[in-house]
Design a binder for this molecule. Structure first.
Ligand SMILES: Nc1nc2c(c(=O)[nH]1)N[C@H]1C(S)=C(S)[C@@H](COP(=O)(O)O)O[C@H]1N2
Ligand SMILES: [Mo]
Length: 166
């Protein structure tokens, strides 16, 4: 018994921290707020990210033609699948919402299948709001030409500020 109880407590606290982890606090301007079925937060039921926190997660570069810019551009940013892992997301769909209140529902499978990013930069420069930033959902169209259609253009939300997990 004397051994069992501490062992049990240790075990329970291990489970607790596996389920819910506090994220660090953003120090700079908050670019993205994540809500919904997430386990890891840094505010009341929300996970808020500044640029530094987004940059600390796994990144990738997508060189692609898009309907929004002339010719091939180099987009870089955080892998959305990694971001969902960081917040402990549990859901099949996300709703991504923009500054202009446009929103799109996106199946979570897309993020894994195509390594979709929230682009934070175009050709190494941070995306300004007038350049459809600060965050832009970018699919790797040139690697997957089948994606070059209205379905995926509609999921390519620019000026993203929020995402909820359902
Ligand atoms: N922020 C934001 N992103 C958006 C939209 C929008 O209205 N606002 N429209 C979506 C749709 S339906 C399409 S087809 C493309 C169109 O982009 P465009 O208006 O720049 O041509 O962007 C997508 N992303
Ligand atoms: Mo569209």
């Amino acid at each position: 018994m004397r051994v069992l109880i501490p062992a049990l407590l240790l075990c329970l606290s291990g489970i607790g921290s596996a389920l819910a982890d506090d994220l660090p606090q953003p120090m700079g301007p908050v670019l993205l707020t994540v809500t919904g079925t997430i386990a890891n937060t840094n505010a009341d039921g929300e996970a808020r990210f500044d640029l530094e926190m987004l940059d600390a997660l796994p990144q990738r570069v997508t060189e692609s033609e898009t309907p929004w810019y002339n010719g091939v551009q180099s987009f870089s940013g955080v892998k959305i699948e990694a971001l969902l892992d960081a917040v402990g997301a549990d859901g099949d769909t996300v709703t991504v919402t923009a500054l202009n209140d446009y929103s799109a529902q996106i199946p979570v499978a897309d993020f894994r299948d195509y390594e979709v990013i929230f682009a934070t930069r175009i050709n190494g420069e941070t995306l300004s709001v007038r350049d459809k930033g600060p965050l832009f959902v970018i699919y790797p169209f040139d690697e997957n030409p089948d994606l070059y259609n209205e379905v995926y253009f509609g999921r390519s939300v620019w000026q993203v500020t929020a995402m909820s997990v359902e």
